[in-house]
Design a protein around this ligand. Structure first.
Ligand SMILES: O=C(O)CCC(=O)C(=O)O
Ligand SMILES: [Fe+2]
Length: 306
């Protein structure tokens, strides 16, 4: 199954964004939706009309944070499919192609469920780099990030389609390339160029931490939008961080590690088979830590050295 093309790669590098409507099949998405429904049951009040908060209100900053309810990070309290989707070989392949490198790491994976009326999801145009790096986004695409948004439910303007402005259009709108738009006038100029990510369930958006975009309110009564955010970077790019997987050591990582291929483990930070890390001692201890993991590839890749 061909899920992406060279044109998508070129578009991501030039525009900052590319949208693919049918990246995942409905068979791949359906079990994830069922898990979201139990993780994030719709509340009776979610059928209300959209909420618009008052930016002048004293508690505006606190209220804004309620946009980020209904977010969990890997590993998830759900099935194998939900836990493995961020490491889908096609996503790994796509990240490698976009960044133009062979070795990639998955550095971010979280869910997000939004419901009409639960809060005001409107955002200003922004770039996401502040909580991924202490510096700024790179000039070089290999040192950029690929941030995928996986859409598990159909998305239209009525249920919170992300709005974005391509890199070229940011220059047209503002007369400069930009990582921020500081004034209402600049925000308004960007809005004239905005596009919407309207995709069916199974679609994905690839963008990065250097792209101008904004979240938008859900308008449809009883509407919902289920997404996952999955970030990849080139291995060795220490300028970029988000999750530290080890800090969730008390979570059920077995759900992932027991199923994962060596490639999938490598994108989570396991040294690859044959790496000098794998001595007889580290092999045996890792096998003891994860007794259900098939480590035969690791043992055989190391056997000449042991
Ligand atoms: O959920 C969306 O469509 C965009 C949200 C967003 O850009 C953000 O929270 O940084
Ligand atoms: Fe954002």
């Amino acid at each position: 199954m061909i899920r992406f093309t060279d044109e998508h790669v070129a578009q991501w590098r030039e525009d900052g964004f590319c949208v693919i409507d049918d990246f995942f099949s409905s068979e791949e998405i359906t079990p994830l939706v069922a898990d979201f429904e139990s993780l994030y049951p719709a509340q009776p009040e979610d059928a209300r009309e959209p909420v618009y908060m008052d930016p002048e209100a004293d508690d505006y900053a606190v209220a804004r944070r309620s946009q980020f309810r209904n977010i969990h990070s890997l590993p998830y309290d759900g099935g194998i499919e939900l836990n493995m989707i961020s490491l889908h070989p096609a996503l790994i392949r796509f990240a490698q192609a976009l960044l133009g490198v062979d070795d990639v790491l998955c550095y971010q994976s979280h869910t997000w469920a939004k419901f009409t009326g639960q809060t005001d999801y409107e955002q200003d145009f922004h770039c996401d780099f502040h909580n991924h790096t202490l510096t700024v986004p790179s000039d070089d695409h290999a040192s950029r990030t690929v941030d995928f948004i996986l859409y598990l439910t159909d998305v239209t303007e009525q249920n919170g389609a992300l709005r974005y402005v391509t890199k070229q259009d940011v220059v047209k709108a503002l007369g400069r390339s930009a990582l921020a738009a500081y004034t209402d006038e600049e925000q308004e100029r960007l809005r004239r160029y905005e596009k919407k990510v309207e995709v069916p369930a199974g679609g994905i958006l690839a963008h990065g931490i250097d792209t101008m975009h904004r979240g938008a309110n859900l308008l449809e009564p009883g509407g919902r939008r289920f997404t996952m955010t999955v970030g990849y970077k080139a291995a060795g790019n220490d300028n970029i961080q988000y999750h530290v997987w080890q800090t969730g050591a008390d979570k059920d990582w077995g759900k992932i590690i027991n199923q994962a291929s060596p490639e999938q483990l490598t994108v989570l930070g396991f040294p690859p088979p044959g790496d000098k890390f794998w001595s007889l001692r580290t092999l045996k201890l890792t096998q003891r830590r994860w007794p259900e993991l098939d480590m035969s590839t690791y043992f055989s890749a190391a056997s000449t050295e042991l």
